[in-house]
Design a binder for this molecule. Sequence first.
Ligand SMILES: [Zn+2]
Length: 135
Amino acid sequence: MPEPGRARPKPTPETKHFWDGTREGELRLQRCDACNTVYFPPRPFCPACASRTVSVFPASGRGVLWSYVIHHRPVPGFTPPYAIAVVQLDEGPRLMTNIIDCPQTPEALRLDMKLQVAFHRLDDEITLPLFRPAE
Ligand SMILES: [Zn+2]
């Protein structure tokens, strides 16, 4: 997991910097130059103050497990059970992802456990930011 057949994100002009980043091994976030809010998902204006003066920067790739559900039904590209997780990044924003290299059980998936990004290449264009327990 993940496996072939998984739904594939479609980059847009607003998300191109993000997918370019994951392909190059960087988790890129945006920061508002007016109020310093760091945000995700990508958009061309600040969600806090609506400024369009925003910058892209590489995040640390570190965070903690904020929430998850364990999914038990088969879905193309996944072998159940698997966790659909929300990771709280060290920079502040939260990101929905999957946790790999870890049993998909409540005993192993502890809230607030430290995680690090693991880039998973789907094809030439898309590399997914998954997360694994931090070393
Ligand atoms: Zn702002």
